[in-house]
Design a protein. Structure first.
Length: 427
């Protein structure tokens, strides 16, 4: 191929899917350009530990350019992709256009507020690094405000926290937040009666962690309640106003802070492409991950509604492993197409799911194996430390986890910057 222009593969998104795709293209005779609006890759499963003052941003995020040092053929461009001209095969961004021969869309997901702008404005999400930092700042700020107020009603409101969404993200945040409050913050605020802090987890279905086996749901709820979290199931958030969080059954939780973990939808880039969208606004793809009628465009990870094998109606779940495996498959499919091979269907290998409720408590569902309590927690620790990138990060995270476990310490109790919802995620 020497002397010929190499085909250019543009990958939008340096998350789990985009990076896996770039790695799979390593060594292939293509020019790879990876574009992301951030110059870092985020390990989302530990974002809630940033929001609960246990980990620093650098322990859950790594510079993309550092990750790409091992992939010299991949060029990184910092930029916000604003659209794609599918006919002209050009990606449009805030920093300029980029032509492609093959396009891989891996822009992930954003919080879903189900069209409720007021909720979007008044709640704090956990989906990005800036959101998690804003949530950390906001909850710490509430304790400082409570220290100033003499009014018991106002103090109660400041020290009531609602977490909406009983999926893994909401459950993990609620459990870790309860530990932050009743351990580190209880020592920081000896004049506030932190036994009166209310943490309410609101879940629309009959129990938190509804995708887990019933016995794991019960174990998870028990563990949360043991840490002082009140679980309200079967109720949906309908509004947030000055009084707090309104539920569709007429109840109001008088919370000054509402953390939103009630669902996600495909990144807004998916909306502007005039391609067919499925559940959670994800782009519909063929089993090969190609967009129907556009074989040069593949979609992976949270942005794609990937059909399940054996004709099951629902698409694959929005999980890191789905993103990694589909990203890898897309890279391999593009590399194979250069040799004239036709694309294969993507087959997802389910490695299981897990969620922790804090120290000594996690549930894990790995094939027929169902773990809870201490065993689940040890499995959770192992999987997450192995999945984290880089020796330095692993060591730092392990030190922080050990300090949290042995000394009930959460070292990042710093109010730095905004307590407002960052507007990088569109409602
Ligand atoms: C708080 C939280 C906790 C989670 N915990 C777990 C867990 O424990 N286990 C699990 O399996 N899954 C978990 N998930 C889900 C998991 O993170 C996603 O399934 C996975 O990240 C999807 O990978 P992706 O590559 O599709 O998108 P992402 O990893 O989200 O990456 C998308 C990338 O695209 C970039 N991007 C978006 N739009 C644009 C644009 N217009 N222009 C340029 N760049 C753009 C973003 O900056 C981002 O870097 C969690 C998610 C969250 C939010």
């Amino acid at each position: 191929m020497s002397g010929e222009r190499r085909p250019r593969v543009v990958i939008v998104g340096a998350g789990f899917g985009g990076l896996a795709c770039a790695r799979a293209l390593h060594g292939a005779p293509v020019e790879v350009v990876l574009v992301d609006r951030h110059n870092y890759h985020v390990f989302t499963p530990l974002l809630y530990q940033v929001a609960t003052a246990l980990l620093e941003p650098a322990e859950v995020a790594q510079p993309v350019r550092q990750l790409l040092q091992k992939l010299p053929g991949v060029d990184f461009r910092l930029g916000d992709v604003t659209g794609v001209d599918l006919d002209a095969r050009v990606v449009q961004s805030d920093r300029g256009p980029l032509a492609y021969d093959h396009l891989v869309l891996a822009a992930g997901a954003v919080n879903d507020y189900f069209g409720n702008r007021e909720i979007a404005k008044r709640s704090l999400g956990l989906g990005t690094l800036s959101e998690s930092l804003a949530l950390r700042n906001a909850v710490l700020e509430r304790f400082e405000q409570a220290a100033w107020t003499e009014d018991p009603v106002q103090r109660r409101r400041l020290l009531t926290f609602a977490v909406v969404g009983g999926g893994p993200t909401g459950v993990e945040f609620a459990g870790a937040f309860a530990e932050l409050v009743h351990e580190a913050l209880a020592r920081d605020y000896p004049h506030l009666d932190l036994d009166r802090v209310e943490i309410v987890l609101v879940e629309g279905s009959s129990a938190p962690l509804s995708t887990f086996a019933p016995k794991l749901q019960r174990a998870s709820q028990r563990a949360l309640e043991g840490k002082g979290v009140r679980v309200l199931s079967g109720a949906k958030a309908s509004a947030i106003d000055e009084q707090g969080l309104r539920l569709d059954d007429g109840r109001t939780i008088g919370a000054a802070t509402v953390a939103w973990a009630a669902g996600v939808r495909a990144a807004s880039l998916a909306d502007g492409l005039e391609l067919e969208q499925g559940s959670h606004a994800r782009l519909k793809v063929l089993p090969t991950l190609q967009v129907p009628g556009r074989p040069e465009v593949l979609v992976v990870g949270d942005m794609a509604a990937i059909p399940q094998a054996h004709g099951r109606p629902e698409s694959l779940p929005m999980l890191a492993q789905v993103a990694i495996q589909s990203g890898r498959h897309a890279g391999e499919a593009i590399a194979a197409s250069l040799h004239g091979r036709s694309p294969q269907d993507f087959r997802y290998r389910d490695l299981g799911t897990m969620a922790t409720q804090g120290r000594n408590a996690a549930v894990a569902q790995i094939g027929p194996l169902k773990l809870s309590g201490m065993l689940g927690w040890l499995a959770w620790l192992l999987v997450h430390i192995v999945a984290l990138g880089g020796l330095r990060t692993r060591l730092l995270v392990l030190i922080n986890w050990a300090a949290a476990y042995l000394l009930t310490e959460r070292p990042v109790r710093l109010i730095t910057g905004t307590t407002e919802r960052p507007d990088e995620q569109e409602a």
